[in-house]
Design a protein around this ligand. Structure first.
Ligand SMILES: [Zn+2]
Length: 216
């Protein structure tokens, strides 16, 4: 399979949109994009998105060795690289501290896929990873295992991670999951009974997710 690739320009534009969309604040969260030649573009550690430039991005190999850039890459680089190494069909990983999704992460509770488009874009419920320390290799392995057949996962007591063939699509997944978490939170606040999708709809739409993921 030829892996999907992107550009540093797309990583930077997506980082700025992630801030505009309210999915992160300050310097939190991070983005990776697979580049040609088994290289990965990562956002840097501790640089504000609004002033970030192409010069701040860091290019590493798939093992995390810096190839170019004068900044330190995000301290969460292992969750990006573990995922991109494991799944050649993916081209980007995004980590955010989106508020409503993080509420579920605190509860260690999956976000149920009760809205059709979530199944199509994410593949099913958004699972919650076992707690592992921030920035650790163990967290990277745990995240990669949860993203085997999903476009998003929760980091216990921390936030959200999404993946897709491009930074734009990974950001779309982050916004979709955040919106879904907000809707479910609201429906529960109303005291509503949340009904699952019919089993067949779930299965068929998860099949669509699998096809899109394998054919980026
Ligand atoms: Zn984080």
């Amino acid at each position: 399979m030829t892996s999907p690739t992107t550009t540093p320009e797309a990583v930077l534009a997506t980082a700025k949109k992630m801030l505009e969309d309210g999915l992160v604040e300050g310097t939190s969260g991070n983005i990776s994009g697979r580049l040609e030649g088994d290289r990965v573009c990562l956002t840097p550690s501790s640089v504000a998105y609004d002033t970030m430039t192409l010069d701040d991005l860091v290019i590493v190999d798939l093992d995390g060795e810096t190839l170019s850039g004068h900044r330190s890459p995000t301290t969460e680089k292992d969750l990006h690289l573990s995922t991109l190494r494991a799944y050649p069909e993916l081209g980007s990983v995004i980590h955010t501290h989106a508020v409503y999704a993080t509420m579920f992460a605190l509860a260690h509770e999956p976000i149920p896929a009760v809205i059709e488009e979530v199944v199509v874009y994410v593949g099913g419920d958004v699972p919650c990873c076992e707690y592992r320390g921030t920035g650790s290799k163990e967290l990277g392995d745990e995240v990669a295992s949860k993203l085997a057949d999903r476009g998003a996962a929760l980091l216990a007591n921390h936030g959200l991670v999404t993946c897709a063939s491009s930074p734009e699509k990974a950001l779309h997944n982050a916004a979709l999951v955040e919106r879904t978490a907000k809707i479910i939170w609201g429906a529960r606040a109303m005291g509503a009974t949340i009904h699952p999708l019919p089993e067949k709809v779930n299965r068929d739409m998860a099949g669509v997710y699998g096809f899109i993921r394998e054919n980026p």
